[in-house]
Ligand binder design. Structure first.
Ligand SMILES: [Zn+2]
Length: 228
């Protein structure tokens, strides 16, 4: 079960505060999968994000919020998105595309591909990295075609949630990104763990290690008693 306990959440939060959201995603995936950060950086994004979505499910409940302003009138909307259908989405295998008359295999990008594409400053770099097909580099529309084919083959690469404005009936879509959603849960869990240490250390004089040796339920009960 992909789950982050209090001490894991606290370590991730402490380490990730200074990092980009992409690096936070890699570190959360590493902790969830029990693998090193380098290996987590090489996980295909659909695999990484399935781990993050499963953790969202176990830590935050069976739905996740998506908040977006209406592009026409600016009214703020929130949709509660059920996670189960997203977790049931299956990748196409093998993912293929025909470019310039030749069929080529596509692979989903990893976090490392994404970081290198961002560094390159070329918006089409990520799509081209995911096809080993040289002819794609000579076709000006190749990057866009590869991107569309990747999103179709790997549904978790770009989760779009359809929304409709109550005020003006405009229809629009907003991406559900599991990374900031899970990071918000990790942050909340870490801060709650810190608060419990603060409460129990003040009340009983216990050390942080002694407090974390208690179960979350015992910590909560002792804290409630200390505050009575
Ligand atoms: Zn509107």
């Amino acid at each position: 079960m992909p789950f982050l306990d209090d001490t894991e959440a606290l370590a991730l939060w402490e380490d990730g505060e200074r990092l980009s959201m992409l690096d936070r995603a890699v570190r959360m995936a590493a902790a969830l999968a029990g693998i090193g950060v380098d290996a987590a950086g090489d996980l295909p994004l659909p695999v990484r994000d399935r781990l993050l979505l499963e953790a969202l499910w176990h830590m935050g409940g069976d739905s996740a919020p998506v908040v977006a302003p209406c592009p026409d009138c600016g009214t703020l909307h929130e949709a509660d998105v059920a996670l189960a259908p997203l977790l049931e989405a299956r990748d196409a295998a093998p993912a293929q595309l025909t470019i310039a008359g030749q069929r080529t295999d596509l692979r989903p990008p990893s976090s490392r591909d994404l970081a290198e594409a961002i560094t390159s400053g070329d918006p089409g770099a990520l799509a081209l990295r995911c096809s080993g097909f040289d002819a794609a580099r000579r076709d000006p529309n190749a990057a866009q075609a590869i991107e569309a084919a990747l999103e179709e083959a790997f549904p978790l690469l770009n989760i779009q949630i359809a929304m409709q404005c109550d005020a003006c009936s405009a229809e629009f879509a907003r991406r559900l990104d599991p990374v900031p959603l899970l990071w918000a849960l990790v942050t909340a869990k870490a801060k709650a763990a810190l608060a419990s240490v603060d409460c129990l250390a003040r009340a009983y004089g216990w050390s942080e290690a002694e407090i974390f040796a208690l179960s979350p339920l015992r910590r909560r009960r002792y804290c409630e008693m200390a505050l009575q």
